[in-house]
Design a protein around this ligand. Structure first.
Ligand code: ASP
Length: 314
């Protein structure tokens, strides 16, 4: 008789590059191809770790770093602008083995915010550092520092101008030009991890922080349940406690990952929020669900399926 563990793939990696109004008519052929190529590179980077029997937490960091460097995504280089015209970055990482976690909010000088979140987890007694203090910690830890202009791209500046010009005003980027990135993995030893990195939302003000760096909202990993990275309208994810809520359904109600993810996303929708999540668990299932027209996403399992997709119908 085969057990679930025996049936599980040796390792699994699932990534996302943000959810939102992502439709064929809105993406040029070149962008479509470049985004797919970047997702594939991120899968390669995470897979390389997992194939060498590396830890899930190392794999999710490696995958997210690739996407942070790619200007197509709203994380690291290519992050959206604040109302004042700056790039303030949020990131989190969590290891399901011991539920150790690190996160940063509103950082401005670290090339790879996910690695700064990792340093918070590994080299500080804290879970979440913000703003100037987090920037200082980053330099002290010897992480790669960049001039804040490194993160800025003309397209994101144009999106800020468009946001400001919109007569209707409004708090959010209604087109949801998100592009937050994240990864979840299950390694050969059966452990899970999650990481998320973002610039937040276009035109954010007053030190706004979304769900991505909040452990339990946009990011969570627990070997007893699953690992989750979220993307979407962060305020609703915070109110729902999305990532932890999915893990709680799995752990306490014994729900399959797909069902837990869909039920929690239905609750987010009922609150008025939209977006998606990626999930994997100790048995290595690769799960995603989203209630937007598209989500940049990809998955790969050891010796098996590899998928990269953008639109809802693929
Ligand atoms: N959830 C992110 C935030 O609210 C944005 C996104 O996922 O695109 O900051």
């Amino acid at each position: 008789m085969s057990t679930a563990a025996e049936a599980a793939p040796r390792w699994t990696l699932v990534i996302h590059g943000g959810a939102g109004v992502i439709e064929r008519e809105r993406l040029t052929k070149e962008d479509d191809a470049a985004i797919r190529a970047a997702l594939a590179r991120a899968l390669d980077a995470g897979s390389a770790v997992l194939a060498m029997d590396g830890a899930a937490v190392d794999a999710v960091e490696a995958a997210v770093k690739v996407l942070e460097d790619d200007p197509h995504f709203n994380a690291g280089r290519g992050a959206v602008f604040t109302y004042e015209g700056a790039n303030e970055l949020d990131a989190a990482i969590m290891d399901g083995r011991d539920r150790s976690a690190g996160a940063v909010a509103g950082v401005t000088r670290t090339r790879h915010p996910v690695s700064l979140a990792r340093a918070v987890k590994d080299a500080s007694p804290h879970v979440l550092l913000m703003g100037k203090g987090a920037d200082t910690f980053s330099a002290e830890q010897g992480l790669e520092q960049v001039d804040p202009s490194w993160f800025a791209t003309p397209e994101r500046r144009r999106q800020l101008e468009e946001f400001k010009a919109r007569k209707t005003g409004g708090w959010f980027d209604v087109d949801m030009k998100y592009g937050t990135v994240g990864a979840v993995a299950r390694d050969a030893a059966g452990h899970v991890a999650a990481a998320t990195s973002t610039g937040g939302i276009t035109g954010k003000r007053w030190g706004r922080v979304g769900d991505s760096p909040l452990i339990g909202a946009g990011t969570y990993a627990d070997d007893r349940a699953c690992a989750v990275s979220a993307t979407g309208s962060g305020e609703f994810y915070i109110r729902e406690g999305v990532a932890h809520e999915i893990c709680a359904r799995v752990r306490f109600a014994g729900e399959p990952l797909q069902q837990a993810a869909e039920r929690v996303m239905a609750e987010v929708k009922a609150l008025g929020g939209s977006g998606g999540v990626i999930v994997t668990g100790p048995n290595g299932e690769a799960v995603w669900t989203f209630n937007t027209s598209g989500m940049y996403r990809g998955s790969v399992v050891a010796g098996g399926d590899r998928k990269v997709a953008i639109y809802g119908d693929e």
